[in-house]
Design a protein around this ligand. Structure first.
Ligand code: S3P
Length: 428
């Protein structure tokens, strides 16, 4: 499918972005292994989370939809999952595959997980390594690629230092460790999103969350209590609209109820460093996650450096930060972001290739890029999504400030995280 986006120099309105993707996955998984009925509101009903939902159903969990975004999950406890009678399909979702492989490694049955052509190329050795050290039996294609088969069994606790700041890896180990008895300790090289830890704690699991160290306390038998959760709006989805408003010539946009967990809000800090006019209003705590309404105005932006510890706190926002950089005065340097090369596509290569096509001054580095702005982009051409939702949406936002608009090829991939993107973009 193609998405055609035309020039638009005024952006304004009031919108709500859909529920947070990371929290939605975790709500479904943790509710399934909790005791009794959990209620989820504001769940992201996009392909990635629907893959997780279908897999939990395949593992014998009853999940009922009660209204749009509202679900009741009939949790069966840590020992209640049942062997599925077919392969478990994670689609495009790395979060589903990595978290569920951890969970399934300790379940007393056999599972096979697979995904689409992009997910089958993504590195799984990073989870197979530590899970195997815990005693897990996992077989993969060469070099740790899916499909993977898992013969679940009793696992040992582990102390593990993550080689990369990855919340998917951290969560995979934590889910695997839930049925082991000893104390599991995870050390992080830099802080990554902490939703799994927060939600486990909220469900009554004894877990200490320190800055770069997580301790799942020893327990003979753990139990998760059922819970009720209202999923806040996804900051990673809001980032596209924040950028659309900041890079417009005029207008102001209000985005209601966005999750602003410190481990996810690096993008807001970058916007502030670039001189973007952004205010956080109506700050609240929503079920253990900080939220606010975000008011953003068309701004004159200046270049900045994005590197170091902030990278894991904005890892998914780097393609859209590149769009901000193309509109900002000066050279923006993004570095320490080699993880981008193993996302849904190689996001460094994808951004560099499409920006070059558009005449934007961009230089590729092994771990990032330098962009020299601002650039008047002519447009009027086709650009590629690389089967990556965040590349497709970033190019759609960039199109708003081109002279002749852009046609984004393969835009159906946006449905993996943000099915209402096109409608919302048209509304502002
Ligand atoms: C996610 C963690 C991040 C992020 C992904 C969602 C999660 O991946 O890029 O979109 O929900 O845990 P990594 O753990 O690979 O950094």
């Amino acid at each position: 499918m193609d998405l055609i986006v035309e020039r638009k120099r005024k952006v304004s309105g009031e919108i709500k972005v859909p529920g947070d993707k990371s929290i939605s996955h975790r709500s479904l998984i943790l509710a399934s292994i909790a005791e009794g009925v959990s209620k989820i509101e504001g769940l992201l009903e996009a392909e990635d989370c629907l893959s997780t939902m279908q897999i939990m159903k395949d593992l014998g969990i009853k999940i009922e939809k009660t209204a749009e975004g509202s679900y009741q999950v009939h949790g069966k406890g840590l020992d209640g999952l049942e062997e599925a009678d077919d392969v478990l399909d994670c689609g495009n979702s790395g979060t589903s595959m990595r978290l569920l492989t951890g969970l399934l490694a300790s379940q007393d049955f056999y599972s096979v997980v697979t995904g689409d052509h992009s997910l089958r190329k993504r590195p799984m050795q990073r989870i197979i390594g530590p899970l195997s050290r815990m005693g897990a039996q996992i077989w993969s294609r060469k070099n740790g690629l899916a499909p993977m088969s898992i013969r679940g069994q009793k696992l040992d606790a582990i102390e593990y230092t993550l080689p990369v700041a990855s919340a998917q890896l951290k969560s995979s180990i934590l889910l695997a460790a839930l049925k082991s008895e000893g104390e599991t300790i995870i050390n992080e090289p830099a802080v990554s999103r902490d939703h799994t830890e927060r939600m486990l704690k909220g469900a009554g699991v004894e877990i200490d969350i320190e800055e770069d160290r997580i301790v799942l306390k020893a327990a003979e038998k753990r139990k998760l209590n059922s819970f009720e959760i209202k999923v806040p709006g996804d900051i990673s989805s809001a980032a596209f609209f924040i950028t659309a408003a900041l890079t417009a010539d005029e207008g102001e946009l209000l985005i209601k109820n966005v999750g602003l967990n410190q481990t996810r809000s690096g993008f807001i800090e970058v916007v502030q460093a670039m001189g973007g006019e952004i205010s956080l209003l109506n700050k609240k705590d929503q079920g253990g996650e900080p939220t606010a309404d975000i008011l953003v105005k068309a701004s004159d932006l200046k270049a900045c450096e994005v590197s170091g510890e902030i990278i894991p706190r904005l890892i998914d926002e780097i393609p859209i930060i590149a769009v901000l950089a193309a509109a900002a005065e000066g050279k923006t340097l993004i570095k320490d972001a080699e993880e981008l090369r193993v996302k849904e596509t190689d996001r460094i290569a994808a951004v560099v290739s499409e920006f070059k096509k558009l005449g934007i001054e961009i230089e590729e580095h092994p771990d990032g890029m330098t962009i020299n702005g601002p650039v008047e982009v002519e447009g009027g051409i086709e650009v590629e999504s690389y089967h990556d939702h965040r590349i497709a949406m970033s190019l759609a936002v960039l199109a708003l400030r081109t002279k002749k608009g852009l046609t984004i090829k393969g835009s159906e991939i946006i449905n993996t995280s943000f099915p209402s993107f096109e409608e919302l973009l048209a509304s502002i």
